[in-house]
Write a protein that binds this ligand. Structure first.
Ligand code: ZN
Length: 143
């Protein structure tokens, strides 16, 4: 039986293939305005590795590995948590900030869940990422 390689959650892996036009995190649409589609890599270098690509499948449109999108999405959420205005405090604007963050996390989780359902390989890494988010929230709010 062939040995399965684990997903490498580094920013450098496959970075040279990326064409994300500065779109951070999980993509909502290509720069051309068309929807982004989730694909499975069929190449020898990246067998079964999931990626997002513009539905046109054109090489000068959006392309990015799914785990890199997820990692960036998580990093952005954690960066938001680190900002003082997102911490629970005495003012109502703090509370509004927290509500926004919870909504964002909820949407992110839903998106991750959809991807997990479609691609088993992602389940392992995203569980770790979600655990990291939860740990980050706990750390920044309860330290
Ligand atoms: Zn496009």
């Amino acid at each position: 039986m062939p040995r399965r390689q684990g997903l490498r959650l580094t920013m450098s892996s496959g970075a040279s293939n990326n064409r994300h036009f500065g779109i951070r995190g999980l993509p909502k649409a290509c720069v051309c305005g068309r929807p982004i589609v989730l694909w499975d890599s069929k190449t020898q270098d990246n067998p079964g590795r999931p990626f997002y690509k513009c539905e046109t499948q054109r090489n000068d449109h959006y392309f990015r590995w799914v785990e890199e999108c997820m990692l960036e999405e998580i990093q952005d959420v954690v960066a938001k948590i680190e900002k003082p205005e997102f911490h629970i405090g005495s003012s109502s604007s703090d509370l509004a900030g927290m509500k926004k963050l919870v909504q964002h996390l909820s949407n992110t989780t839903k998106q991750l869940s959809r991807d997990v359902k479609r691609l088993k390989i992602i389940a392992i890494s995203s569980t770790g990422l979600l655990a990291s988010v939860i740990a980050a929230i706990a750390y920044f709010n309860f330290r």
